[in-house]
Write a protein that binds this ligand. Structure first.
Ligand code: ADP
Length: 309
């Protein structure tokens, strides 16, 4: 089984661990960590760890792009990115005194012919995969309808699309007639979208808003409280046990990996919801973003409860 992941604005994620961070002077770093970053690349890594074949795509330049491709390759992940003339970004996390200070570059502007080149590549790659996971925000230069254009192409070929984005980008997709199969908002994102506070008390009616018409799976991730989901006309509550958390960054991406994997394997809905949550939890138990330890998979899986409500 092969899954395509779309990361339009990937990065080299750099981490600088410092005992103390000194402002306005020199900080020397002995142990620099560098990995291929971006939400879709986290999804790719977890998918690979689940046992899927993964093809990663997006836009990269020649220099940092080559590092990203190499890094993915070392983890067994194939990629076919569209080359751009702009510069792929670095994202820096300074880890100091138990805190994390981040410096995130905005990333390059995509030219029109580069966007068109990507669409051609995307069409060609679709033939080789069963499902697509699209994650993150749109880089500058792309039209607001770019994700909807990708979804329309995928829908024509009857491929499942899991979309994980937020804000105006998600709103633009929801207002377009071409719908993804799955979205994964959290309560904050739903609140933004609907312009009213969404809580566990009013979530059922909130997910029946006409904005979500035509979307088969809406999975609302709730951090330590698990998830709530609407699948076709059914509602599900996923209860998870309390766990020791090391680093929850990337748990939402791991959840997306679980969803796209389970759906493309035609698992039962309850199983896919459990799988998605277990992936999120396993990611939260690791220091590395977008990584799960599968050895702990079954023990956690057996402790989850999915209730139809
Ligand atoms: P997002 O970052 O996209 O908002 P969440 O924080 O809801 O995503 O995390 C996705 C999933 O990961 C949750 O549904 C849950 O299963 C798991 N998870 C995340 N944080 C925790 C936590 N602190 N304890 C247990 N599980 C967690």
């Amino acid at each position: 089984m092969s899954i395509l992941t779309v990361t339009l604005n990937p990065a080299i994620d750099i981490s600088y661990p410092l005992e103390t961070f000194h402002l306005n002077t020199v900080n020397r770093v002995a142990q620099v960590g560098k990995t291929a970053g971006g939400k879709g690349l986290n999804v790719s890594r977890v998918l690979k760890e689940l046992g899927a074949d993964v093809l990663a795509t997006g836009f990269v330049d020649d220099i940092l792009g080559a590092e990203i491709v190499e890094n993915l390759k070392s983890e067994g992940i194939d990629s076919r990115f569209t080359k751009i003339s702009g510069k792929t970004r670095n994202c820096i996390a300074i880890l100091h005194e138990g805190q994390q200070t981040e410096i995130l570059e905005k990333g390059p502007r995509i030219l029109r012919e580069e966007a068109e080149g990507f669409i051609d590549n995307f069409k060609a790659m679709l033939a080789e995969v069963e499902a697509i996971a699209i994650s993150g925000s749109l880089p500058d230069g792309l039209q607001e309808t770019f994700y909807s254009d990708l979804i329309a192409i995928a829908n024509k070929q009857e491929k499942t699309v899991v979309l994980d984005c937020s804000g105006r980008t998600l709103e633009a997709v929801l207002k377009n007639p071409e719908k993804p199969s799955v979205i994964k908002p959290n309560l904050e994102e739903l609140t933004d979208l609907l312009g009213k506070e969404v809580t566990l008390e009013n979530i059922k009616e909130s997910l029946q808003d006409r904005l979500f018409n035509g979307i088969e799976w809406i999975v609302v991730s709730l951090g330590k409280d698990g998830a709530f989901a609407k699948v076709s006309d059914d509602f599900y509550r996923v209860q998870i046990p309390k766990i020791d958390v090391v680093n929850p960054v990337g748990s939402g991406d791991a959840t997306v990996a679980g969803l796209v994997y389970g759906i493309s394997q035609h698992e039962r809905v309850e199983n896919t919801l459990k799988r998605a949550n277990v992936c999120g939890m396993l990611n939260a138990q690791e220091a590395k973003t977008g990584h799960i330890n599968k050895a702990n998979y079954q023990t956690l899986f057996d402790q989850l409860k999915v209730e139809k409500i």
